[in-house]
Write a protein that binds this ligand. Structure first.
Ligand SMILES: [Zn+2]
Length: 117
């Protein structure tokens, strides 16, 4: 897949997040990316938080180019089980990851953990 264009947009209508499968509300700022996949144009729309979480959890995916909603949510479940506990909540994961980022201006401990496994 070749990335043609990406960035942020304000939703003019309701969309579905390609990562978590939940609604992107009208008026919400979301992330988009357009790819050329063997001549076919593919467009992805993600919540900003999901996009951030996806970027940070990349090492948990065997092929990040091929992530579906179920694969994404599974990685979120795994992360929650390892570091947060309780029900999986993307907002909680987002805050957790940001806390790591702020607390340590280097590789996050869980990333090292994932690499070592
Ligand atoms: Zn989402």
């Amino acid at each position: 897949m070749i990335l043609l264009k990406d960035g942020e947009r304000k939703a003019r209508k309701t969309h579905t997040c390609d990562l978590c499968g939940e609604k992107i509300e009208k008026g919400e700022i979301y992330k988009f990316a357009v790819y050329n996949s063997s001549g076919e144009l593919l467009e992805f729309k993600n919540h900003k938080k999901c996009d951030y979480v996806f970027g940070e959890l990349t090492l948990m995916f065997s092929d990040p180019e091929d992530v579906s909603t179920s694969v994404f949510l599974e990685a979120c479940d795994d992360f929650t089980e390892m570091f947060i506990g309780g029900e999986t909540d993307i907002n909680a994961i987002y805050e957790h990851l940001q806390y790591f980022r702020l607390a340590k201006n280097e590789k996050m401990p869980w990333k090292l953990y994932c690499v070592k496994r």
